[in-house]
Design a protein around this ligand. Structure first.
Ligand code: C2E
Ligand code: MG
Ligand code: MG
Ligand code: MG
Length: 293
């Protein structure tokens, strides 16, 4: 992990503003080289059909391993890369790499596994964005319907008019779009009916509140119930993220949520680990390899 402020005798857990700015600068500088120095890679977290245990999608998540800092979390480097626009070129690489990997897995049986890719608001706002997606599909040979882009509410609400056009172009291309971290942004539910999206991902914070009697789960329950109802009406997939306990799983099932992702089933896996899960085994019990239970 990144050590901050130790140089000037500043305590690590109370970084001063100077130390914070210094750390920010170091990460910003170092991240610029991360792609060229091959310090970036993707991991993949399975998304399952809650009823059957079938793996339906995998979310590609970016990882940065710095030779000195070690593993730097996306929560640290993504906002910085977003602020200096570096996320645009890195995001393009993520798209290409995720599509390439997904197409490679297709040779290992899984005909309909969807790969989902997080797209930063800045990347999404580039006029060339749809072309970049088209190119990633073309280079990899992946079918468009096996790619789903994850956008946050902020990205979608930012400039609704421009976004409408981009979303329409993506839909025409055959690519799916999910709204990530749903419920944490400032969007109005009524927008959903006008946007050509295919999936809503309920934010982890609401899932965390479920099944925690002391955390007053009423609001989370009501929220999940409302989102599921709307998703049903609009014929959208609904994914709950961050499922960690069997209690959360059963509540989400009862609420009618179809799909789930979380440490209860699997942490994000390397491409090789995921491939092992997908690979049909020769034994008759092989179908279990695609299931979490
Ligand atoms: P996200 O898109 O909401 O991704 C889900 C995050 O929740 C991942 O964190 C995942 O590891 C974590 N997670 C999944 N299941 C559980 C669980 O059961 N419990 C807990 N506590 N956490 C769980 P990660 O990989 O650290 O990514 C954090 C965020 O960074 C992502 O949130 C996404 O917003 C961003 N990010 C990651 N990769 C990319 C990328 O390639 N491009 C862009 N633009 N953003 C990315
Ligand atoms: Mg996501
Ligand atoms: Mg999310
Ligand atoms: Mg989230």
């Amino acid at each position: 992990h990144i050590k901050t402020g130790t140089k000037n005798g500043v305590r690590r857990f109370e970084p001063s503003l100077d130390a914070e700015i210094e750390r920010h600068k170091v990460i910003e500088r170092e991240f610029q080289f991360a792609l060229d120095r091959e310090q970036l890679h993707l991991v993949f977290q399975p998304i399952y059909v809650l009823d059957s245990g079938e793996m339906r999608k995998v979310e590609a998540l970016l990882r940065w391993t710095h030779p000195v800092f070690g593993s730097v979390p996306p929560a640290v480097f993504i906002p910085i890369a977003e602020a200096n626009s570096h996320i645009v070129s890195v995001g393009q690489w993520v798209l290409q790499e995720a599509c390439r990997q997904a197409q490679q897995w297709r040779t290992f049986n899984h005909a309909s596994l969807i790969v989902t890719v997080n797209v930063s608001p800045l990347q999404f706002a580039q006029p060339s964005f749809v072309d970049v997606v088209r190119e990633a599909l073309y280079k990899s040979g992946l079918s468009p319907e096996l790619l789903e882009l994850e956008l946050t509410e902020g990205a979608v609400m930012h400039s609704l008019q421009a976004v409408q056009q981009t979303l329409t172009d993506l839909k025409r291309l055959g690519v799916k779009v999910a709204i990530d971290d749903f419920g944490t942004g400032y969007s109005s539910l009524s927008y959903l009916k006008d946007l050509p999206i295919s999936c809503i991902k309920i934010d982890r914070s609401f899932v965390a509140d479920l099944g925690m009697p002391r955390h007053a789960p009423q609001f989370a329950l009501a929220l999940v119930e409302a989102i599921v109802g709307i998703a049903r009406t609009l014929d959208l997939d609904i994914v709950a993220e961050g499922i960690e306990t069997p209690a959360q799983q059963s509540m989400l099932k009862d609420l009618g949520c179809d799909l789930g992702q979380g440490f209860l089933y699997s942490r994000p896996l390397s491409a090789v680990e995921l491939q092992r899960l997908l690979q049909p085994l020769t034994s008759p019990s092989s179908s279990r390899s695609q299931r979490y239970n």
